[in-house]
Design a protein around this ligand. Structure first.
Ligand SMILES: [Zn+2]
Length: 599
């Protein structure tokens, strides 16, 4: 089969430009070349063709060939019988995310789908990419272990090319650390980090090694990649990660060493993206293994990819000994508090949230809080509770790990897609009938059974009004709105603000004639009143002053706690088998007060 030969030239990186040339043998008198519109792992039509400039085509003698566009992402080349066609184009890359290109004088992060247009008829052709970069730069990509540049990397086909991002960076701001693990693993860090702190980059590499080995052990020792590359870009601008089959791209703030919480957050991110090398990249439903880059790939199963992964990213921190049981429960409780602050969880199931990711989770608007729930957030908690349920009902003989391993051996390891309905697989792996929990929590809109399952491991989940707020003399009342500054960003369906006729976008300027210049003042003014009190709220709406009565209502609980149950009996042994630490007695293990978001 003909091959696709790319060259990537980064000489103009300081202007955020990369020049790409593709050479190939055209299949006929015309050849269509196309840019992907989206990428697996990020469910939004991004139209990467918008970053392409100055596209031109030539034959093997260098004579220009006519080109015209046939749709937003596709160019048609009149080949004129050429044996070989070259297509040259410039990419503008100045968007520092994990799924867009970022090119500057210090590095180039090239995301495959945003970089390589390809002949539509030759998606399966073998690929080679010659990379030329400024002096002093080194290379990191899952396609090749060596770091030197210039370099030529190869991929079996366009899908493999798109799945292996390329990072090249100058040695002054890019360092490479060996991660001590059962498989060759490296951590490539670009960007300055703030000085000081006990959590050094060396410590990070060591902790990461323990997490890599923990994931491998959980998957029964199966390592589906010859080596693995973590790319970590440090920047104030964003947060995120994107998984690939032998690498991941991660974006985190430069102060990860400032606190244990920040550091553990980084470990959790890296753990998450690595876990996807098994679950998500290989254990996956058909629409995400066999898809069209030009249009959406719909699946009800993103909760499997992201729910299992969100659970295991933090559980692995505990089972690898990187965090305490208390810290693990803190992370779970933090998510629980966020889920409880999401009224949309009563409207959308995990399956619906997955299917509509393209137009909901990835295109959030002001109404989402009322109508949607994140399949990451609820999915992770659902898997946490299900793991406990399986342990309880099988008396510790089975765990969620058994489900994971069956998904791996039956589907992921064989390169086969899993079915949409996974209830039979979960049941086979555990020997339990799970229709009830699937009906309620996966296909339905019930909350995961956190409180009940925690009780069986000797823990109590408590919810209350914030006692500090009550002690200050404030009553727990609310308007039922989310704010940013004093602007309403969301209005709860059926809540006091909606009943008063307030809308997202309204600028709340006064309550009972007193200025409200932000969230704290809104809380102070409302908190001095009781549920059922009527206040006058004044807002600017489209630059016009509107004053309206509003009846305050009792706010839902904002404080969540996980505490040990004194004299837990046999539950204490279950706790220890689960988290590897003695039961804590009556100690409070985790506390969260959600002051943010709702007023
Ligand atoms: Zn994920």
């Amino acid at each position: 089969m003909t091959s696709l030969r790319y060259t990537v030239n980064l000489d103009a990186a300081d202007r955020h430009l990369a020049e790409v040339t593709l050479r190939f043998s055209p299949p006929g008198d015309t050849a269509d070349v196309t840019m992907p519109a989206w990428c697996p792992g990020s469910y939004l039509i991004r139209d990467y063709a918008r970053f392409v400039r100055d596209l031109r085509a030539a034959n093997e003698a260098g004579a220009a060939l006519p080109v015209h566009k046939t749709d937003k992402s596709t160019w048609r080349i009149e080949t004129g019988g050429a044996r070989e066609v070259s297509v040259t184009y410039t990419l503008y890359g100045h968007d520092l995310t994990v799924r867009t290109n970022h090119v500057d004088g210090t590095h180039a992060f090239l995301h495959g789908p945003a970089t390589f247009l390809y002949p539509a008829a030759l998606r399966g052709a073998p690929v080679e990419v010659a990379i030329r970069a400024p002096a002093g730069w080194t290379l990191a990509t899952g396609m090749r272990w060596e770091e030197s540049l210039p370099a030529t990397v190869t991929a079996a086909n366009i899908d493999e090319l798109c799945d292996q991002p390329i990072h090249a960076g100058h040695g002054a701001v890019t360092r490479q650390l060996a991660v001590p693990a059962k498989v060759p693993t490296r951590l490539v860090i670009w960007g300055d980090r703030s000085p000081g702190g006990v959590f050094t980059e060396t410590r990070l590499a060591e902790d990461l090694g323990a997490i890599v080995d923990d994931h491998i052990a959980r998957m029964g020792g199966d390592i589906p990649f010859p080596h693995y590359t973590f790319v970590l870009m440090l920047s104030h601008e964003a947060y995120g990660g994107l998984e690939h089959r032998a690498s991941s791209i991660n974006l985190y703030h430069p102060h990860f060493a400032a606190s244990r919480k920040a550091y553990e957050g980084l470990l959790e991110l890296l753990s998450h993206e690595l876990f996807h090398a098994w679950n998500g990249k290989r254990i996956a439903p058909k629409p995400l293994l066999d898809f069209d880059y030009s249009r959406e790939a719909y699946t009800p199963c993103l909760w499997v990819m992201e729910g299992l992964t969100s659970h295991y990213d933090r559980f692995a921190l505990r089972t690898s000994g990187r965090v305490t049981a208390k810290s693990f429960l803190d992370k779970v409780l933090d998510d629980w508090a966020r889920l409880m602050a999401t009224p949309g969880r009563a409207k959308q199931s995990l399956e619906q949230s997955s299917f509509d990711a393209w137009i909901k989770l990835y295109k959030p608007d002001e109404s989402n809080v009322n109508t949607t729930v994140s399949y990451y957030l609820k999915g992770g908690l659902a898997m946490f509770a299900l793991d406990l349920q399986i342990r309880r009902r099988t008396e510790g003989a089975r765990t969620l790990d058994d489900v994971l391993r069956l998904l791996w051996t039956r589907y992921g390891a064989r390169g086969e897609a899993h079915p949409d309905d996974l209830q039979p697989v979960f049941e086979e792996a555990t020997g339990l009938s799970l229709g009830e929990v699937f009906d309620r929590v996966i296909r339905g809109t019930d909350d995961p059974d956190l409180a009940e399952e925690l009780r069986h491991v000797g823990l109590e989940l408590r919810t209350s009004a914030d006692p500090a707020q009550v002690a200050d003399g404030a009553s727990a009342v609310w308007l039922g709105a989310t704010v940013s500054g004093n602007k309403l960003t969301g209005v709860l369906d059926g809540g006091p603000a909606q009943a008063a006729g307030l809308s997202p976008g309204d600028e709340l300027i006064a309550i009972d004639g007193f200025r409200t210049a932000g969230e704290a003042e809104i809380r102070n003014l409302a908190g001095a009143r009781k549920a059922g009190d009527e206040v006058a709220v004044s807002v600017f709406r489209r630059h016009r002053l509107v004053t309206t009565p509003l009846v305050l209502a009792a706010a839902p609980p904002t404080r969540y706690e996980i505490a040990g149950i004194a004299d837990a009996g046999p539950a204490a042994a279950r706790y220890q088998a689960w988290l590897g630490e003695p039961h804590p007695g009556a100690a409070v293990l985790a506390t969260i007060t959600t002051t943010a978001r709702w007023v």
